[in-house]
Design a protein around this ligand. Sequence first.
Ligand SMILES: C[S@@+](CC[C@H](N)C(=O)[O-])C[C@H]1O[C@@H](n2cnc3c(N)ncnc32)[C@H](O)[C@@H]1O
Length: 261
Amino acid sequence: MNPTKLFSPDFVLGKTFLLGRAVGGAMGLVVRRPSARSWRVARLALQVTPRYTMVAPNRLAALYDIVQQANALELVGDIVECGTWHGGSAAIMAAACRDDDWLDRRSFWLFDSFQGLPAPGEQDGMNERRRFFPGWCTGDMARVQQIMVAHGVSPDRLHIGAGWFEQTLPTAAVEQIAALHIDVDWYASVKTVLHAFYDKVVPGGFIVFDDYGQWPGCRTAVQEFLQRVGVMDQAIVRPTKSSAYVRKPTTPNRSLSSRAP
Ligand SMILES: C[S@@+](CC[C@H](N)C(=O)[O-])C[C@H]1O[C@@H](n2cnc3c(N)ncnc32)[C@H](O)[C@@H]1O
């Protein structure tokens, strides 16, 4: 059997690994910065792992902070996630809004194939292409609904787009985005999301890349795209070893529509 399959989050060994990492990671959060806030985020991380998320606690903590920054800055717009799987990272963003009393000012737009990852392409590297198997990371829409509602999101503020991004994103009715979380692993998927949604991110809005330090194709896609819209590499913030984020410039650089492909 393909060892990637055995250790992937869809299988028992992978889930056991995620749980162990979550316990260690949650303890790390509290030990490094002992505070009520760290306890809160550590508890949230343990509530959603491994049943709802494969994202490590330090990345969940960074995501929680970013959404709270968007709220503190009173950025208008919704929370969008591409790459939702079972809904855990989206639930952390909902928890950040609930803790700020912002749940009635944001809608949540969550997109996933719910059929697993598409196959990696040339830019994703030989190793990733060798390890890939169809159905890797198959999400579950019912679990997403369950965990979002459990975190206080009202059903009329929850929009789940099921299907391949190429089909679902261009017709999505989302208008303004305060925070966009991109957790889609591969080069082509990252590019598709940025092309569909960059222009909808409000000035000063946050774009978070979960896999920037982990998957080479993601990093390449982000760098190519940011160069194209005139956002400098130095603008990329690295709150953790894997994740990264940028804020959309408040004075317009270039919008996608104003540039040739
Ligand atoms: C790493 S998982 C997301 C993990 C999730 N954020 C969590 O909290 O655990 C990546 C997800 O991206 C989705 N995905 C990647 N590329 C896609 C595409 N082109 N269209 C639709 N879904 C895609 C996969 O189905 C998979 O569920």
